[in-house]
Design a binder for this molecule. Structure first.
Ligand code: FAD
Ligand code: A2P
Length: 366
């Protein structure tokens, strides 16, 4: 049967809405599937951990200005080893209580005479060049120390930096050996000047989002960056000037050998009292408490005790995890996370790199 031209054209036109409908269905199917893992409420499946941190829309981006590289504003290497800054000691006092093991000091340096002034942000480190020479008659090498103060300093005037330093001491051939730089710092007196370099490091920076969640795992002096974070989050004077109204959840796991060795404990207890809905503080006192196997209580044992809650937090793309302190704790934490993940049917060795890639897993151990 022959069709007229009009019949063909009309017949073709009738198919157009059907074709549009099919195309719409295919497109909405594809977009639904490609968006699956980025839902803040989604449950954590290995493939569902988002591959990038939640997008933040800065004012500049809204206005269409070019996007800046992440953390481009964070200062680095203002002072280099060849021309270090000389920082005057403002205070140097012990952080330990009667009966504690070893020696750990809080040391504050004056930065006001710097030109340019050494500026830093929470989570960075500075380098210290100890006075004197090594056994070969050469100047001592730089040692790095995590900054324990916020960018506003302990006195909130923005011109000091503080460290939390453990004196290294070990036995060798029946002799006690003192670490060069840590001993130099722990012994230094008010008014003396110290060679400082830096600041360095972008690994341990806090997220900018006020509703981020922050899980902190610290042993010993690994508490230094966490102290800075917690002051930024909860210290009254700090909050009044930092223009950052933290609304998320912060959870500190702190490992120390004895109660007398807990660092900044009263400050953290006071934050817990003032911000019970935003701050949790869990201690592992290795030589006073026992884990479920009867061994020393380490932070990884505490992580296991709270595995379900921790993983619930990790499920949220706004949660960041920070590890700082003894290098030796890394395998233990990994093992605990592995067990905790397995209990949820997840594979930690797949998840950890994804969290790292998403900028949510931060490690600084030494
Ligand atoms: P050194 O004189 O350099 O002696 C260290 C050397 O002694 C070791 O390299 C090793 O060869 C030897 N040694 C150590 N222990 C033993 C042992 N048991 N048996 C035999 N030999 C041994 N430290 C802090 O206190 N607070 C911090 O906030 C801090 N933050 C850091 C941040 C970063 C990013 C890094 C990398 C390190 C950090 N450190 C921190 C460690 C710090 O940099 C120094 O390594 C530490 O203070 C020791 O330096 P020292 O000069 O006293 O020891
Ligand atoms: P311990 O020394 O009892 O074995 P500090 O730096 O003040 O000594 O504190 C470090 C804390 O970390 C101590 O409680 C120490 O316990 C603990 N610790 C030591 N080794 C590990 C490890 N492998 N994993 C986790 N915590 C550890």
């Amino acid at each position: 049967m022959a069709y007229s031209q009009t019949t063909v054209v009309v017949g073709g036109l009738i198919h157009i809405p059907i074709l549009i409908g099919v195309a719409w269905l295919i497109q909405s199917f594809i977009s639904r599937n490609s968006n699956g893992g980025n839902n803040a409420e989604s449950s954590l499946q290995p493939s569902k951990v988002p591959s990038a941190p939640p997008a933040t829309i800065s004012k500049e981006n809204k206005l269409g200005a070019p996007k800046k590289a992440k953390h481009a504003d964070v200062p680095v290497n203002t002072y280099k080893p060849k021309d270090p800054f000389l920082g005057k000691i403002l205070e140097n006092y012990s952080l330990l209580k009667e009966g504690a093991i070893g020696r750990v000091n809080h040391i504050t340096f004056d930065l006001s005479e710097g030109d340019p002034q050494l500026k830093y942000v929470e989570g960075q480190s500075i380098g210290i060049i100890p006075a004197g020479e090594d056994a070969k008659g050469k100047p001592h090498k730089i040692r790095l120390y995590s900054i324990a103060s916020t960018r506003h300093g302990d006195n909130f005037k923005g011109k000091t930096v503080s460290l939390c330093v453990r004196q290294l001491q070990y036995e060798k051939d029946g002799q006690t050996i003192d670490g060069v730089c840590s001993t130099y710092l722990c012994n230094i007196s008010k008014g003396q000047k110290v060679k400082i370099t830096g600041p360095v490091g972008k690994e341990m920076l806090l997220p900018e989002e006020e509703d981020a969640n922050v899980i902190m795992l610290a042993t010993g002096t690994g508490i230094a960056p966490m102290r800075a974070y917690l002051r930024r989050m909860f210290e009254t004077k700090e909050r009044s000037q930092n223009n950052w109204d933290f609304k998320g959840k912060a959870w500190l796991f702190m490992g120390a050998p004895k109660t007398a060795n807990l660092l900044y404990d009263e400050d953290f207890e006071s934050y817990k009292e003032k911000f019970p809905n935003n701050f949790r503080y869990t201690k592992a006192i290795s030589r006073e408490q026992k884990n479920s196997k009867g061994g020393r209580m380490y932070i990884q044992d505490r992580v296991l005790e709270h595995a379900a809650e921790i993983f619930e937090m990790i499920e949220n793309p706004k949660t960041h995890i920070y590890l700082c302190g003894l290098k030796g704790m890394e395998p233990g934490i990994d093992e605990a996370m592995n067990t905790a993940a397995a209990a949820k049917g997840l594979n930690w060795s797949e998840l950890r790199p994804q969290l790292k890639k998403a900028g949510r897993w931060h490690v600084e151990t030494y």
